[in-house]
Design a protein around this ligand. Structure first.
Ligand code: SF4
Length: 345
């Protein structure tokens, strides 16, 4: 019964999608490379934000080969501000595998795509269906929300078991003649009509006559979410440390949070600054506070600027180099802006 309903819904959604949808740059020429890069950028990031990054990325690295060969600093600079930098690193790792093992041709089956770094079931499904015409589902949080409302399922959409079940059910109904349209229609409905926050726009929904949650007037009861665990909070001190008109930067460790990325020196509040920084400080002044939310952690930061005459273990850069060459994680956005505006140190 649910399968029949889902089958009718995906047929109706394909017709609706073909009649008109958002004109997004990666949809204009949906090559495997375009779909792949856009889907990776869209993870955890809004479409409006991705648009300019995507265009710039494609101008700079228009092919898998160019991505595979890009210097790391260049790649990080292109990604600067998008966050979750491991996405960019995995893109490049996968591009290198594609060049070495697939002669530079992105494989277009779900099975092969899933063996590549950074490509999970959703991204593999999106590339294989949109660019490869393979009838496989692409299930993310948006799609789970739509399906759970359509079928009035009390699904906890954070559960991996639920995701697998949705994949199985959609795999049974996805049309083999237009799998890409079907997956994009589900994504489009989730983004434009069956909204995550607030009331969905059911009056404009092409599947409202099939939707069980709508029939019962309980759209917003779905999806069910298990309560979130509270994120731990770290109180940190961040230093804009100046020496002869240059700023101190350092690279983070090669594993863990923001692995291998540049940062302003920072450490847990309560530690001794001179001990932590390994230099003598003068002219210490407080700066703004800032907060950054990672997936599993929050940083609450107190900023300071100071001067030193010691080199310490830092890389010293000018403001021009900071603006032009250095990709700083968005966690430091507030302090980067301040650093670029300070002239008197
Ligand atoms: S009718 Fe409303 S709740 Fe149901 S799928 Fe459409 S937008 Fe979502």
């Amino acid at each position: 019964m649910d399968i029949e309903r889902l089958d009718q819904a995906v047929q109706a959604l394909c017709i609706w999608y073909r009649a008109g949808h958002r004109d997004l740059p990666w949809r204009r020429m949906p090559t495997p490379y375009h779909v792949w890069v856009s889907e990776i950028m869209l993870q955890q990031t809004r479409v409006q934000t991705v648009l300019s990054y995507y265009e710039r990325f494609m101008r700079a690295l228009p092919t898998v080969q160019a991505l595979a060969e890009a210097p790391e600093e260049h790649l990080m600079k292109l990604w600067e501000g998008l966050g979750y930098y491991s996405r960019a690193r995995n893109l490049q790792k996968a591009a290198r595998v594609i060049c070495e093992q697939y002669s530079g041709e992105i494989p277009c089956t779900c099975e092969e795509l899933r063996t590549l770094p950074g490509i999970g079931p959703y991204t593999a499904g999106a590339i294989a269906s949109i660019a490869g015409g393979q009838a496989c589902p692409a299930v993310d949080g948006n799609v789970l929300r739509v399906v759970s409302r359509l079928l009035a399922r009390e699904w906890d959409i954070r559960s991996q078991a639920v995701k697998r079940q949705a994949e199985r059910e959609l795999a049974a109904v996805i049309p083999s003649d237009c799998p890409g349209d079907c997956n994009q229609a589900l994504m489009e409905l989730g983004a434009m009509i069956c909204l995550p926050n607030g009331a969905p726009l059911c009056d404009s929904c092409p599947v409202k006559t099939l939707c069980l949650a709508h029939a019962a007037g309980v759209e917003q009861r779905f999806p069910v979410r298990a309560p979130k665990k509270q994120r731990p909070v770290e109180q940190r001190m961040v230093f804009l440390l100046w020496k002869d008109g240059r700023l101190a930067l350092r690279k983070r460790p090669h594993s863990g949070l923001l692995a291998g990325l540049w940062e302003f020196p920072n450490f847990l509040k309560g530690e001794d600054p001179e001990e932590q920084l390994g230099v003598q400080l003068t002219n210490i002044r407080p700066l703004a506070h800032a907060k950054h939310v990672f997936t599993h952690l929050e940083w609450h930061m107190a900023g300071f600027c100071a001067q030193t005459g010691d080199d310490g273990l830092f890389t010293w850069v000018t403001q021009e180099q900071l603006a032009r060459d250095i990709a700083l994680p968005s966690a430091f956005r507030t302090y980067r802006t301040i650093a670029l505006e300070q002239f008197d140190l």
